[in-house]
Unconditional design. Structure first.
Length: 508
């Protein structure tokens, strides 16, 4: 005799199946994230929280693997993972504060699973935000000046760098990329609040004529690593940090001809950081996938727009929780968004005029509308340009700003601490220039910093841990780094508190 199935019993069983089947339940979905994506004023002691549409399986939250964050200057945000709202909300409480005025990237892997068996979408989820910088008067004074040369008179050609905390003492160090000596040269912060730097560590070898670089944590060990494009070597170098200011021997991956731009992002949703670079000679881009242990794949070449691909940056331009690429084409003087598909592929959008022969592009919300914008340095066009983003992968017409001849670098940072991003340019045949933001994307020239010979780059970072943004100005012909700080503020120490409060951060 067959059992009798009532309509109500069938309904209950069907509902149970819908709740437990990954196929029927749909993807696990983030419904709220904090700090606000693309925001500019997150506190340095911010927690990172993601609220999902259903309870998550705690065992799928793996620090540095499936749920993690990386401050561009402060490094990997290690700390406690907590849960709230019936395990619908995951909260990362960093053990140390972020650095003032830096950009932070948050990465969620498709390996995150709900208790009902469903997973986060295959593309994963990622967003970026900026931390707040304290107000300052822009009355910079020189705190330190040092050479990148090992032998007087022998050029290293200091062509930029980054200001990440390599030795993990809570103070930001300076790493310079050198084109003539094919290496990285590290200067550790003396960590005494003076914004002065110790003598150079032994150089770390790169490929031939290294140029742009981006820090990240490629092997998930908590140490800052770096990817460098080698412009004459047709390669990208990955150097894994050892946590003491030094790097392991490079992994060098062959890419296309004349790589000029480089960016880091999770291109395939697996929770680790991959690398993309432009290849100017080949009018293409290369994707190097990470195996999760810091070993990068053979390059996969893509892009066929023949823009003269040169500049490159990554951000979520269409606000779908997947980072995209913004590519500056020098030959046709355009920016083009390559929308990330989250599966190791990108879709090229329409080109937008950028006002000149673009050399470098950086991204950030300059007019406080919640969308990513772009500022570019236009090299032989002798100008910079600002392009407002529309949040859908498009840009408005460029608004140009005359610079000294041949601007090579463009940078953003809240130099006056008023909650918006100010603009810095560096010109090979001139000086560094600072343009302040009126909060709506209107920039006004504020001051110039005179270059000894040729301004090549600037780093906006908190050199003395007092909570405001300082500058490292890099001259590629004089091979000098000039550290400029705001005077008068009380120093903060490695725990992010004033000297009388050392240790407070880690108290219960």
């Amino acid at each position: 005799m067959y059992p009798r199935w009532s309509p109500s019993l069938v309904g209950h069983l069907l509902a149970a199946c819908l709740l437990t089947s990954p196929l029927l339940a749909g993807d696990l979905t983030p419904v709220d994230v904090q700090p606000t994506p693309r925001g500019l004023t997150a506190a340095v002691d911010s927690t990172i929280s993601v609220r999902f549409d259903r309870p998550i399986d705690r065992s799928s939250i793996v620090p540095r693997r499936s749920f993690w964050a990386f401050g561009r200057w402060s490094g990997a945000a290690d700390g406690a993972i907590n849960y709230a709202d019936g395990d619908r909300t995951v909260i990362l409480q960093p053990a140390r504060p972020f650095s003032a005025g830096e950009q932070v990237m948050v990465i969620l892997s498709h390996q995150i699973q709900a208790v009902d068996g469903s997973f986060l979408r295959p593309q994963g989820y990622s967003f970026q935000f900026w931390t707040a910088a304290q107000p300052s008067g822009l009355d910079f004074v020189e705190a330190d000046r040092f050479s990148t040369r090992t032998t007087p008179g022998q050029s290293s050609r200091a062509y930029g760098g980054f200001a990440s905390d390599l030795d993990e003492d809570g103070f930001l160090d300076i790493t310079i990329v050198n084109e003539d000596t094919d290496d990285l040269r590290v200067f550790l912060n003396r960590a005494d609040g003076s914004a002065s730097f110790a003598d150079m560590l032994p150089p770390s070898t790169t490929g031939q004529v290294p140029s742009p670089s981006e820090p990240s944590d490629f092997n998930a060990d908590g140490h800052v690593d770096v990817a460098v494009a080698n412009t004459a070597g047709s390669s990208v170098s990955i150097l894994l940090g050892l946590g003491d200011g030094s790097f392991a021997a490079q992994q060098q991956v062959t890419v296309g001809g004349t790589p000029r731009g480089i960016a880091v992002l999770d291109a395939d949703g697996d929770g680790d950081v991959d690398v993309v670079n432009t290849n100017h000679a080949d009018n293409s881009l290369s994707l190097l996938l990470n195996d999760g242990n810091g070993v990068l794949s053979v390059a996969d070449t893509f892009g066929s727009t023949r823009d003269g691909e040169w500049a490159l940056a990554a951000a979520d331009m269409d606000e779908d929780g997947i980072l995209d690429l913004v590519v500056g084409g020098q030959d046709n003087q355009t920016l083009r968004v390559y929308s990330g598909n989250g599966d190791s592929t990108f879709t090229a959008g329409s080109p937008f005029a950028c006002g000149g022969r673009v050399w470098m592009v950086v991204l950030g919300d300059v007019n406080a509308d919640g969308h990513e914008d772009a500022v570019v340095a236009n090299s032989s066009s002798n100008n910079g340009a600002m392009l407002l983003g529309d949040g859908q992968g498009g840009f408005a017409a460029p608004v140009t700003q005359t610079t000294d001849p041949f601007p090579l670098a463009t940078d953003l940072g809240d130099l006056d601490g008023d909650g918006d991003l100010d603009w810095l340019t560096a010109s090979f045949s001139g000086d560094w220039a600072l343009f302040t933001n009126d909060g709506h994307g209107g920039f006004t020239f504020d001051q110039a910093f005179v270059a000894p010979q040729a301004a090549s780059c600037s780093l906006a970072f908190d050199a003395d841990n007092d909570g405001d943004l300082d500058l490292a100005l890099i001259d590629e012909i004089a091979d000098e780094v000039i550290v400029m700080i705001h005077p008068g503020a009380p120093p903060l120490f490695a725990d992010g508190f004033e000297s009388g409060d050392i240790g407070e951060w880690n108290q219960p």
